[in-house]
Ligand binder design. Structure first.
Ligand code: ADP
Ligand code: MG
Length: 514
């Protein structure tokens, strides 16, 4: 009896497991060389010819256009990692791949998939406990946050800027939006603008929107600005234009024009009388109205898109005004300064010191699209990790030290696990070794030698990582070198890698419809 259509493809049992595991491993393998401070970049070319150069695991996997469903699960590991904690994407993907590799060996030794899954879950639980023990005791202050930012940036494109300078910018941006309810990460925006050297990258205490003044002669800077957002057209009502005029003399024409003129002047007067300094409108503003208002020294931006209108409203506290007559009585928003600036053919508005919300913008400059794009990703990740670290207040040593410690702990607790499950717990520890091994390989060291030395140093000194500092690579305490990662990044990597690997290992029947 056939219950599947003739076209569907079915793979079962060990074959299904093997092909899924192979696909998952292959994907993880593809990002391995980017891990760590000496990780290399990848150039990804889309079918449309767009080029992306990046070191960011999540970006690489996302752009690779992966179709195999099991491989897609590894991509999702990286995505989850990116969404939840903003860093550690390569770590999570590489770990997931190695967990699959170890699972494959166990399956070859006739360990049942269910046993592997149970063992992996047990090991993950031990690993999370081990992470708790690795949390560095000292307070997460600005210095530590800068270290977290710098560690997240090593190996990534910084457009020639020093990681130190960028870390400084990132930490002050996050500090600005750190309130009683934790870090309002969403209030930090990264705005990129091609054209200058990346040295010009700076933090703006406010928001940046892409809008142009309605008239050339309007002020370019307004200090201490009262702001309103109007959702009304300031022009001759379209309805009036459609009305039939029978104009049979020059006088009548002039009268009609005069009427129009005075209507427009009336609008401008209402705006000027309201006392508003800077007006944003989501609708259009007639050139003549703009010209009147320019004379009155009012700065106007018209045809604002809704997203920008919302941003300005939330930063400055300006109410949205739905009728011109309500403008006078409306609550104005406020900003310390509004200035307009032209970059190439783009006009930008900087709204600084908004009264309602602490919003900041990291204004990224760089010579080319590729530079600013990678810089934007690097800064985005750094902002994420710094806010993760600040929110949880916990950091752990980087440079592979935490993984060495976790593996050690998992290995020693494996002895107490009964039956074949023990093999899976040990395999989990072996899989963790991939992180220090890869860091070693990517710095041109022998992975096995480094692993042996790291374990020995961990035994005798307690904390040992493969620290890369400028040109040198040495085994030492990462904390002393300021190489730290947020504990949550490690936790998330363990959890999501375990989840994906166990999910893939459990599948023994793949039915694909054509
Ligand atoms: P991921 O996508 O997993 O964050 P990265 O390429 O950012 O991948 O590499 C992160 C790893 O590099 C972490 O294990 C981190 O501790 C380590 N690392 C960061 N800075 C250094 C350094 N100076 N020396 C050694 N390892 C470092
Ligand atoms: Mg990273």
């Amino acid at each position: 009896m056939f219950i599947l259509s003739e076209d569907s493809q079915r793979t079962q049992g060990r074959d299904a497991q093997s092909s899924n595991i192979m696909a998952g491993k292959a994907v993880a393998e593809s990002v391995r060389t980017t891990l760590g401070p000496r990780g290399m970049d990848k150039m990804l070319v889309s079918s449309a010819g767009d080029v992306v150069i990046t070191n960011d695991g999540a970006t690489i996997l996302n752009k690779m256009d992966i179709e195999h469903p099991a491989a897609q699960m590894i991509v999702e590991v990286a995505e989850t990692q990116e969404n939840e904690v903003g860093d550690g994407t390569t770590t999570a993907a590489v770990l997931a791949g190695n967990l699959l590799g170890e699972a494959e060996d166990l399956l070859d030794q006739d360990v049942h998939a269910t046993t592997i899954v149970e063992g992996y879950h047990e090991a993950a639980r031990i690993a999370l406990e081990a992470i708790d023990e690795q949390v560095v005791g000292s307070e997460v202050d600005d210095d530590v946050l800068k270290q977290v930012a710098e560690s997240s940036m090593t190996g990534k494109g910084t457009g020639g800027l020093t990681a130190e300078a960028l870390a400084e910018t990132v930490v002050s941006a996050i500090r600005h939006v750190d309130g009683e309810d934790g870090v309002a990460r969403d209030n930090v925006t990264v705005h990129t603008e091609v054209g200058a050297s990346s040295n010009a990258t700076e933090m703006i205490e406010g928001i940046v929107v892409d809008e142009e003044p309605a008239h050339d002669e309007m002020p370019t800077t307004v200090e201490d600005a009262d702001i309103s957002i109007l959702d009304v057209e300031l022009g001759v009502r379209t309805g009036d234009v459609d009305a039939e005029y029978s104009i049979d003399s020059i006088d009548q024409l002039n009268a009609a024009l005069d009427a129009e003129e005075s209507e427009l002047r009336g609008y401008a007067q209402t705006v000027a009388d309201s006392g508003v300094d800077v007006l944003f409108t989501t609708d259009s503003v007639d050139d003549r109205v703009a010209s009147f208002l320019a004379n009155e020294g009012v700065l106007v931006f018209d045809d604002l898109n809704n997203k920008d209108a919302r941003k300005i409203a939330s930063a400055t506290g300006a109410a949205r005004v739905g009728a011109l007559d309500d403008l006078a009585d409306s609550e104005f928003g406020h900003a310390d300064r509004i200035r307009t600036e032209t970059y190439g053919d783009e006009d930008l508005v900087f709204v600084e010191g908004g009264a309602a919300a602490e919003a900041v913008t990291v204004f990224v400059r760089g010579g080319t699209d590729h530079v600013v794009d990678e810089l934007e990703r690097t800064i985005g990740d750094a902002l994420d990790v710094v806010s993760t670290a600040l929110d949880s207040g916990e950091v752990v040593p980087g440079a592979g030290a935490t993984e060495i410690a976790i593996a050690d702990r998992v290995r020693s607790e494996a002895a107490g696990v009964e039956g074949r499950k023990q093999l899976a717990v040990t395999a989990f520890a072996d899989a963790l070794d991939i992180i220090p091994r890869t860091l070693a390989a990517n710095t041109g060291q022998d992975p096995i030698d480094v692993l042996v030395d790291l374990r020995a140093a961990h035994e005798s000194e307690g904390r040992a990582g493969l620290v890369t500092d400028g040109e040198s690579v040495e085994i030492s305490d990462p904390i002393e070198h300021g190489v730290v990662d947020p504990a949550d990044v490690k936790r998330e990597a363990i959890e999501s890698a375990t989840e994906a690997a166990t999910m893939i290992a459990r599948i023994d029947d793949v039915i694909a419809a054509e």
